[in-house]
Design a protein around this ligand. Sequence first.
Ligand code: SDX
Length: 427
Amino acid sequence: MSDKAILEFRGSKYEFPVVEGTENEVGINIKTLRGGSGLITLDPGYKNTGSCESGITFLDGEKGILRYRGYAIEELAEKADFLEIAFLLIFGELPSREELHKFHEDIKHESHVDEEMKKIINGFPKSAHPMGVLSSLTSALIAFNPTSVNVASDEAMYNAIVRIMAKFPVLVAWTMRKKMGLPLEYGDDNLGYVENLHKMMFKRPNKEYQLNKVVIEALDQLLILHADHEQNCSTSTVRIVGSSHAGLFASLSAGISALWGPLHGGANQAVLEMLEAIAADDGDTEKYMAKAKDKNDAFRLMGFGHRVYKNFDPRARILKQAADEVLGDLGIEDPILDVAKGLERVALEDQYFVDRKLYPNVDFYSGIIYRALGIPVEMFTVMFAMGRLPGWIAHWREMRLRMEPIGRPRQIYIGENSRSFKTLDQR
Ligand code: SDX
């Protein structure tokens, strides 16, 4: 017997089919709701609303489970590298050795950025926030790659994906170098994808670049942990912008802007600023906990809470351990890590946080590692965007290949009823 949902309203009954996913999630398909009943649903923030069916990433917020294409994040973070994960998320399977080699070679072949782009980046003041610069540069890439993707062609889709996977790390590096007043240089095609990103970011003029395996492995793992997270705010933005058949680069530029917000990817920068404020305030954790619980205070405990996870964010667990390991391997003593651990301990025992199931999320520990890697705090969310790039691409590709309709939600109007125009002397 196929499951169905029945809605009763003003004496009439309406039946709706039920959709069940491969992990037994159940959704009511309300495609016929308005046509049949005249009703719409209302769900600000889409807390109870699925926007699509997707096969890319699975989250179980109650159990703290995160899987990319069926593989557990814990296993991927330990055994894979970022380029493999990008291939997995975008094309659905872990690449063979040959596929991975070809993917990387094709990316290297596309890793130049038109020199004219330097004029655009040089037009920004040094004070510009890197996320605004990155979003603008990503959009500006369209001018130099004007042909929109023919999504019906696997080859055209592959070439567009390779192009942005190749050029985005250059934009990330140039965004940081612009802020630091360094020349906008390229990396080295003899290096791995993440090694090359790191060299482009940190190579100093007149100095030999020293590759540090601990640093590269930490950066690689950070990018893997940020690579996708199903229908989060920025990914939903990429999908809805792409649903108008706007190009891939334009959709990604919109996603970068959505990620910038402090409630989303911008939280990693806000967490470090909060931890530094607590450290500067004699480590007065209780004061900040009180502010976080005070409804009259806009302050929130940054890096805590999540729309989906009502348990530990599995990425936060991995990052907490990684922070200890990376700082230890690099011989860095960072008192901020102790402040973070102290704050976590207090919050996890606090009734307000327990009642609301508020746990550390991906942004709580990531900034401590970024800082240990020498990344400036204003670049933290840019690093989140670098990690999330393959996830955004995967969702844009899935949405276009599934030929999803243009995203256009309904509303409940609460404004003025019909009224006649009044001339100036009648007002
Ligand atoms: C990311 O969606 C994703 O998957 C995102 C992400 C990804 O990988 O893409 O995981 C990355 O964005 C992680 C989240 C980073 N943001 C922060 O750390 C900012 C601080 N967190 C909060 O702003 C909040 O928890 C959100 C935005 C993350 C989630 O907000 P929700 O789901 O809309 O929950 P809510 O605001 O309705 O909060 C429920 C209750 C409220 O209290 P009551 O009204 O019930 O009394 O919990 C309270 C909130 O006031 N609350 C917090 C809190 N988070 C929620 N109170 C204090 N501090 C917090 N951090």
